[in-house]
Design a protein around this ligand. Structure first.
Ligand code: SF4
Length: 379
């Protein structure tokens, strides 16, 4: 079977940096680099594509930063350059992350014309108080307008990102937000836990004792409450942080969790071949200087040994509703350690999933505690 890969394009610009964000992006201060950026991406694509010859393209994903700041013409140019070099699978998924404060009905329509068929909307919250705490440029009304605009287009799958773990939440406030969201029927819903990432403004506030975010247990309880509501509304919990209507799972992300190969373009973008992970330096200046000299941007890499590959595989399986199939493990890595049976039995008995002797499938709670389960299995 022909090998497949995903292509990720990083767009490292935002209108304003959010105080919790640790992704590599820079605030828009001058337009010259913006105009030059798509050309830099295409130069990197040129230099890297020979290594991926013969691979089928499974998905294109524009992430950031705020890729919805790109013009449709720029998105179109990059997609055309990619499709010039690679053969796509049928039903190629082409996703773009969008900030609700940067979209209009017309801009969504223009993006669809370029081939975008999945929009990942960074709503983060449907509470003005929480949006202001998170320093977002949009409010609840704008978030709902962007969602309603995107849902008008039947060709487009629309997923939304929400953030959980601010000090302003309880089950009551989540009931209000979820009840507001569900009538719009987003195809996918992702929840990300707020963490105080080193170097962010929120982390500095945390260090000064000015804020405490929700403890992990409280976040898990809130998400379990939300999971019940989403299940009632027909959503399937298919990965730790992700729910979708049947058939609307994000194929780009599923490929990551199956340890599929990917090529990342742009400063800070990561690539993966199954045994080697590499990443471009998080510096727009260094990226530009290298590519304008027709050189690859500075990058680092690490090679995974057999045991690291095995542990990563187990960890990623435990993060998915499909769980871990012991026969699949045996084919890939040989007999599973004998002590696993007792551990899986105990995990199953403690209400975290179903162990049949041949496979372990986590339930909602098991998915939300996937890291803990992986620790018990992998030691
Ligand atoms: S959260 Fe998104 S919009 Fe905010 S700074 Fe990070 S990448 Fe930019």
């Amino acid at each position: 079977m022909q090998q497949t890969f995903n292509l990720y394009v990083h767009y490292p610009f935002c209108l304003r940096r959010c105080p919790y964000c640790a992704f590599y992006s820079t605030e828009l201060t001058e337009s010259e680099i913006l105009r030059a950026y798509p050309d830099l991406i295409m130069r990197e694509l040129d230099l890297r594509s020979p290594d991926w010859r013969g691979f089928l393209l499974k998905s294109i994903y524009f992430g950031g930063g705020t890729p919805s700041l790109m013009t449709a013409a720029e998105v179109s140019l990059i997609i055309a350059a990619i499709l010039d070099r690679f053969t796509p699978v049928d039903n190629l998924e082409v996703s773009l992350e969008a900030n609700p404060g940067t979209l209009s009905r017309n801009s969504i329509e223009d993006l669809i014309k370029t081939g975008i068929n999945r929009l990942s909307l960074g709503l983060q919250s449907l509470s003005d108080e929480r949006l202001s705490f998170l320093g977002r440029i949009h409010n609840k009304t704008e978030a709902l307008k962007a969602l309603a605009d995107a849902k008008r287009f039947s060709k487009l799958k629309v997923s939304v990102d929400l953030m959980v773990g601010t000090p302003l939440e309880d089950t009551g406030s989540w009931d209000v937000e979820i009840d507001t969201l569900l009538p719009y029927r987003p195809d996918g819903i992702s929840f990300y836990s707020l963490t105080l990432e080193e170097g962010t403004r929120l982390a500095s506030r945390g260090q000064r004792g000015e804020l405490v975010n929700l403890p992990v247990d409280a976040t898990v309880d809130l998400l379990l409450h939300v999971a019940g509501k989403l299940a009632e509304a027909g959503y399937h919990h298919y990965e730790v942080s992700n729910w979708a209507l049947p058939g609307s799972e994000c194929r780009h992300n599923l490929h990551y969790w199956e340890r599929g190969s990917y090529l990342g373009l742009g400063p800070s973008a990561h690539s993966f071949t199954g045994s080697r992970r590499s990443w471009n330096a998080a510096s727009l200046q260094a990226y530009r200087a290298a590519l304008e000299g027709n050189r690859l941007p500075p990058s680092e890499s690490e090679d995974l040994n057999d045991d690291e590959i095995r542990m990563e595989w187990v960890y990623l399986k435990l993060r998915q509703a499909g769980g871990l199939d012991l026969e699949e493990y045996r084919i890939k890595f040989g007999d599973p350690p004998p002590y696993w049976q007792k551990i899986f039995e105990r995990i199953g008995a403690s209400g975290l999933g179903v162990y049949t002797g041949r496979s372990f499938k986590p339930n909602d709670r098991g998915l939300l505690l996937a890291d803990e389960i992986a620790l018990r299995i992998l030691g």
